[in-house]
Design a protein around this ligand. Structure first.
Ligand code: SF4
Length: 105
């Protein structure tokens, strides 16, 4: 009986975990994409395509900078659009870049 009770408890935890994960993904997908016309995006020199930014124009000299490898990006690796701590409520392009880019620790 104890094993059955334990199984039911673990199943409930697993089901709750799946619901939380599904909710998190839905939120990221529902975010509007950050526009390059956004005043804050302009101030931070945000672009959807990091390859258009000259390395010499960056304050941080680290190579291969994009939102996908920035310490401030959130969400799931591999997603084309992801939340960012600098632009709350908006999704940034994984291939994008802005002047706040910081390396992951
Ligand atoms: Fe991209 Fe990082 Fe700038 Fe956010 S802070 S827009 S993830 S480079």
């Amino acid at each position: 009986m104890i094993a059955r009770r334990k199984f039911i408890q673990l199943s409930a935890v697993a089901a709750a975990s799946c619901l939380v994960q599904a909710g998190r993904e839905a939120q990221a997908q529902d975010l509007p994409q950050l526009s390059t016309d956004d005043p804050m995006a302009n101030a931070m020199k945000y672009t959807h395509d990091s390859s258009t930014v000259a390395a010499a124009a960056r304050a941080n000299p680290a190579p291969d900078q994009s939102c996908a490898n920035c310490a401030l990006v959130q969400g799931n690796d591999g997603d084309a659009w992801r939340p960012c701590q600098i632009f709350p409520g908006k999704a940034v392009a994984a291939a994008g870049w802005c002047s706040v880019w910081a390396p992951k620790a």
